[in-house]
Design a protein around this ligand. Structure first.
Ligand code: C2E
Ligand code: CA
Ligand code: CA
Length: 574
């Protein structure tokens, strides 16, 4: 009897433990976001467990009920689902697939696991249904972001490079060509700065939409970033020739883009074209070549298409070489300053000097500022170079002052990028203080192109500089806009008539008439005049006669180092 009581007690305890374990398992199932089917091969029965109702509105008790499952998945998943539900036929232990439920927009991972006995016969089968809708939609989004550009809906750079690589491989097999057109919207920075980034984005979007209409067989179009688009064409000819595509784009750009605000904006683009195999044999190199050609198109006045040729690449390599050497020269301050004297015509006395930078590269070769300054302006190196020029020239000027006490002006060439620096004015003031040079002794030279690009911002700064007493001089007058009427509104003191006028002033009647009227008008406006590039006595005499105030040029003095200027000053003060 005692033995029986003991056995009953033991059974009860075991039952209690079992029901606890079962409860725990049920809880785990129910909180798992999944539903389960359990099939025991001996019983031949199926049980549904956990969140079944989340997925289906019917139950399954028998293998034949599987038909209900096939009915509720989208067509393309029926066969894979049938296969996976019976993996034991292939002796597999476990496998999973994703299916989409019809109408429910649910994405479900179906995982089937089969348990086998020691003889290899299946004993139990568990089928788990897991909701992966959220996970998959995130994946779709990631896939989209990996291939497409979200602003324009066009392919992105990554996809383009891959696809271009495929075009090239195919072209290699089929002995074909592949062209890349690299497009860049002209003056986009000005649109962005002047009208705001949102308008810039909207324009890029509209232009991108238009380009997407040009996609077709063997043409892919992509938006790289900002205002850059790239087109790859497999075997360009006929309707997909570069000429036809460019003409279509060019014709479209004859009409403006209409923004959501109702505003209408015209665009132009510069296009560089490079072809496989002529320009390069690899996707990235081909894109690079097309980009270099596009830069060349920009430098040739924009709004045009240009085709790759070896000379463009050579030019570019030369430029990059200078750019790299320039970085090093900035680091080591491998520059010197030369100064070119300017003389007054009335008393032949020295009016002042123009500071002109000189650069000797490591091989002792002199590189002209006309070559390296534009490169330094593009790379940004002009900022440290410009500061060095100001400091070095003020330093020399202070020495001349200390030694000779001769009243004169120091003219400095200043690039637009320097004016745009927020601390430009403060720096000039700081350096004038440091070398004890007064603002009235300084003249800053600007070119008309500076004013055309950033008129408001730069004229504001010029006004501030003039307020403290610095002179402003308009350089190279006659090469740009050259409208006399707009001069009236400019905050300038001096006007430098460009060498191109002086060159023909003796030989050409028309130049003479223009030069005379410029000098007459400019003097009436109250500006001082300087004629640049005066090389002969005849030019000098003539300019003196027509009342030009000052002369600068090889005839009276070439640019020279500081000690030669000292000789001049010594003569002047003797
Ligand atoms: P620019 O400001 O028009 O300077 C005058 C240029 O004409 C100088 O060339 C000068 O050497 C040259 N020149 C002067 N008189 C004559 C002449 O009678 N005949 C001939 N054939 N040429 C004459 P340079 O020094 O080669 O400078 C070229 C340009 O480089 C300058 O043109 C200026 O735009 C730029 N530059 C020079 N130094 C600087 C600088 O320190 N900063 C900046 N931003 N630009 C500079
Ligand atoms: Ca100048
Ligand atoms: Ca000049």
């Amino acid at each position: 009897m005692e033995e029986l009581e003991y056995q009953v007690g033991l059974l009860n305890a075991m039952n209690q433990k079992l029901s606890k374990d079962e409860k725990m398992l049920r809880l785990i199932c129910e909180t798992s976001n999944s539903a389960f089917l359990y099939y025991n091969y001996d019983e031949g029965k199926i049980r549904t467990l956990a969140n079944w109702n989340h997925f289906f509105d019917f139950t399954i008790t028998d293998i034949r009920d599987f038909n209900r499952l096939y009915e509720c998945v989208e067509e393309q998943y029926i066969i894979p689902l049938k296969e996976i539900l019976f993996i034991e036929k292939q002796g597999l232990k476990s496998q999973s697939i994703d299916v989409k439920l019809k109408g429910k927009r649910l994405c479900v991972e179906v995982e089937v696991s089969v348990v086998y006995d020691a003889l290899g016969n299946p004993t139990d089968k568990i089928i788990r249904f897991k909701d992966v809708t959220k996970f998959n939609s995130q994946n779709d989004e990631l896939t989209y972001l990996a291939y497409y550009d979200s602003l324009t809906g066009l392919y992105n750079r990554n996809y383009f490079v891959r696809h271009l690589g495929e075009y090239i491989r195919r072209a290699e097999d089929e002995n074909e060509t592949v062209a890349v057109m690299f497009l860049d919207i002209d003056d986009f920075r000005r649109i962005n700065d002047g009208m705001g980034l949102i308008i810039g984005d909207e324009l890029v979007q509209l232009f991108g939409q238009f380009l997407s209409g040009l996609m077709g067989d063997n043409i892919i179009i992509s938006h790289f970033n900002s205002d850059i688009f790239c087109i790859a064409i497999y075997s360009p000819c006929g309707a997909r020739s570069i000429e036809t595509l460019y003409r279509t784009i060019w014709e479209r750009l004859k009409t403006p883009f209409r923004l959501s605000s109702g505003q209408e904006i015209f665009l132009t683009v510069s296009v560089g074209v490079a072809e496989y195999p002529e320009a390069a044999t690899k996707a990235l190199e081909l894109i690079n070549c097309a980009e270099i050609v596009m830069f060349k198109a920009k430098s040739m006045g924009k709004d045009k298409v240009l085709y790759y040729n070896g000379a463009i690449l050579d030019d570019f390599i030369k430029k990059v070489t200078i750019e790299n050497k320039l970085k090093d020269a900035v680091f080591r301050q491998n520059f010197t300053m030369y100064y070119q004297p300017q003389f007054r015509t009335n008393d032949k006395a020295l009016r002042g000097v123009e500071a002109l930078i000189r650069w000797k590269d490591d091989n002792g070769k002199m590189i002209s500022p006309a070559v390296f300054i534009p490169i330094a302006e593009k790379s940004g190196a002009i900022v440290p170079i410009g500061t060095w020029v100001i400091e070095e020239s003020l330093h020399a000027f202070a020495e001349w002052k200390r030694k000779y006490h001769y009243p004169m002006v120091l003219s400095l060439n200043i690039s637009a990028i320097q004016y745009r620096q927020p601390d430009f004015i403060d720096n000039v003031i700081r350096l004038m203080d440091k070398y004890d040079v007064s603002p009235a002794e300084i003249e800053l030279e600007i070119t008309e192109s500076i004013l055309i690009d950033d008129f408001k911002e730069i004229t504001e700064k010029l006004v501030l500089l003039r307020d403290i007493g610095v002179k402003i001089s308009l350089d190279d007058f006659g090469t740009g806009y050259s409208s006399l009427s707009y001069l009236k509104g400019l905050p300038i003191d001096t006007l430098k008539i460009d060498k191109s006028f002086i060159d023909t002033v003796i030989t050409d009647e028309n130049t003479r008439i223009i030069t005379e009227s410029i000098i007459y008008m400019v003097k009436k406006l109250g500006f001082e005049t300087i004629a640049e590039g005066v090389e002969t006595e005849e030019q000098f005499q003539y300019l003196t006669e027509i009342d030009c105030d000052n002369i600068q040029g090889y005839f009276l003095g070439k640019p020279m180092p500081s000690d030669k200027i000292e000789n001049l000053l010594a003569d002047m003060t003797a």
